[in-house]
Design a binder for this molecule. Structure first.
Ligand code: AMP
Length: 416
């Protein structure tokens, strides 16, 4: 596989898929530029080698239509400033051949939001799956997706994928385009390489004990990853809203706490699997119960399986926090996805904070810690502890799918 480190971009045009899907405020100002900063090493390497760069990305969900709200023109100045080069802009990503051809070494061009074209995602528009004509429409869309990818590919001599956030999608710019470059002229960017290496540390290069912490609101969205981790971890902490599905499944009373009644059998199965596989499953024994879903609610500490009627568990209790910390502090490999409580409310951050602090301690003592998924990243940032963990992934869905053991189309396309 070609690598960006080895590749000399001098005199070459590179088309780079980045993830510049950054949050904007109502005035179009960027509120978090992490994703732009993440792609800079790749873009700078191309320019300093003496190459020129065509930057492509999606932003938001314009659903295949032009929509000024999602125009990448809003971020061109910010990217220019960070890159230290005036970035030109092509207002139609499928009609940028002239602008790309005119690029000189050291110059950069950003093309408009790829998702203004339905071909980017490759899903037929305006037709439901149930429609008898759907399969035909899908075939036609796949064909035009190839044409779209071919057009993008025609702008450049080589292709770099540095968009980990969309690596789990088989879109025109993330996977299909790679078919138009030979193996020597396509590669992962520095950010993608780092992300892939981080996943490898968690999946193959494990130092024990390995503790995984899965939180968030629901079991259903995390079940794939929980089942895959069951064969790998020594300690599995399940926390956040899913605590109460487990408590109820075991006959507990959970008041108004969030619960997926149809996932109770699954919860019992996870408990049984942990036993058979010798995994130390840590579930919250006590919780901070609130009398309403609000930051100012009245609270009390109660067992997670004896929550009074009218109350709901919104955070991990003190005993639980201790148990979490014990399972984290001696670990040598740690994965955290999903908060232990409704951390958006300042009064319900203690569980997530205890996890973050224990991870910080273990990391200082030599553990490898990977934090991923939007909410746990937001958590660690809220606590100002981003520098106390080994790696923070930029990918939500992509990270989860990679850890579930699925091959990411964005990575597979480069290897082909
Ligand atoms: P997810 O998107 O599944 O990772 O879930 C993240 C969300 O779970 C956050 O917005 C948290 O506020 C929420 N969450 C965590 N614990 C609870 C809880 N005990 N009750 C309700 N929501 C929760």
């Amino acid at each position: 596989m070609q690598t960006i480190e080895k590749f000399n971009f001098a005199g070459k045009k590179a088309i780079v898929r980045v993830d510049f899907n950054v949050p904007l405020d109502e005035n179009g100002k960027i509120t978090d530029d992490t994703r732009i900063r993440g792609a800079l090493p790749t873009l700078k390497k191309i320019l300093t080698d003496g190459g020129s760069v065509i930057i492509m990305s999606h932003m938001g969900k314009p659903k295949g239509k032009v929509n000024a709200k999602y125009s990448l023109s809003q971020i061109v100045d910010a990217v220019s400033e960070k890159l230290g080069v005036k970035v030109q802009f092509a207002p139609d990503c499928a009609k940028a051949a002239k602008a790309a051809a005119a690029l000189k070494p050291g110059e950069a061009l950003m093309i408009e939001n790829l998702r203004f074209y339905p071909e980017e995602e490759g899903k037929p528009v305006g037709i439901e799956k149930e429609d008898p004509a759907y399969e035909e429409a899908k075939k036609a869309m796949k064909a035009s997706q190839k044409e779209f990818a071919k057009t993008l590919a025609s702008y450049a001599d080589c292709y770099v994928n540095d968009a980990f956030g969309t690596a789990h999608r088989k879109h025109a710019s993330t996977a299909v385009i790679a078919d138009y470059f030979d193996t020597n002229n396509k590669m992962l960017g520095f950010l993608m390489e780092k992300e892939v290496e981080a996943v490898d540390n968690i999946l193959s290069n494990i130092k024990r004990p390995f503790t995984a912490i899965m939180g968030g609101s629901k079991v259903s969205t995390k079940i794939g990853i929980i089942e895959n981790l069951m064969d790998k971890v020594d300690n599995l902490i399940l926390c956040g809203g899913m605590t109460y599905t487990f408590a109820k499944a075991q006959g507990g009373h959970i008041g108004n706490s969030i619960c997926e009644d149809d996932k109770m059998d699954l919860a019992l199965d996870i408990i049984a699997q942990a036993k058979t596989k010798g995994v130390n499953l840590v579930l919250g024994s006590d919780c901070v119960a609130a009398d309403s879903f609000s930051n100012d609610a009245k609270t009390q500490i109660v067992p997670s399986n004896a929550i009074p009627e009218g109350w709901e568990g919104l955070d991990a209790g003190p005993e639980t926090r201790k148990a979490f910390a014990a399972a984290i502090e001696n670990a040598k490999t740690i994965l955290w996805n999903g908060p232990a409580g409704v951390f958006e409310f300042d009064n319900f951050t203690a569980g997530s904070r205890a996890i973050a602090e224990a991870i910080g301690k273990a990391t200082k003592a030599g553990a490898y810690s990977l934090i991923g998924g939007g909410d746990s990243v937001a958590c660690i940032n809220k606590f100002g502890m981003a520098d106390q963990v080994s790696y923070i992934s930029t990918g939500g869905g992509a990270l989860l799918e990679a850890i579930e053991g699925k091959e990411l189309p964005g990575v597979a396309a480069i290897k082909k």
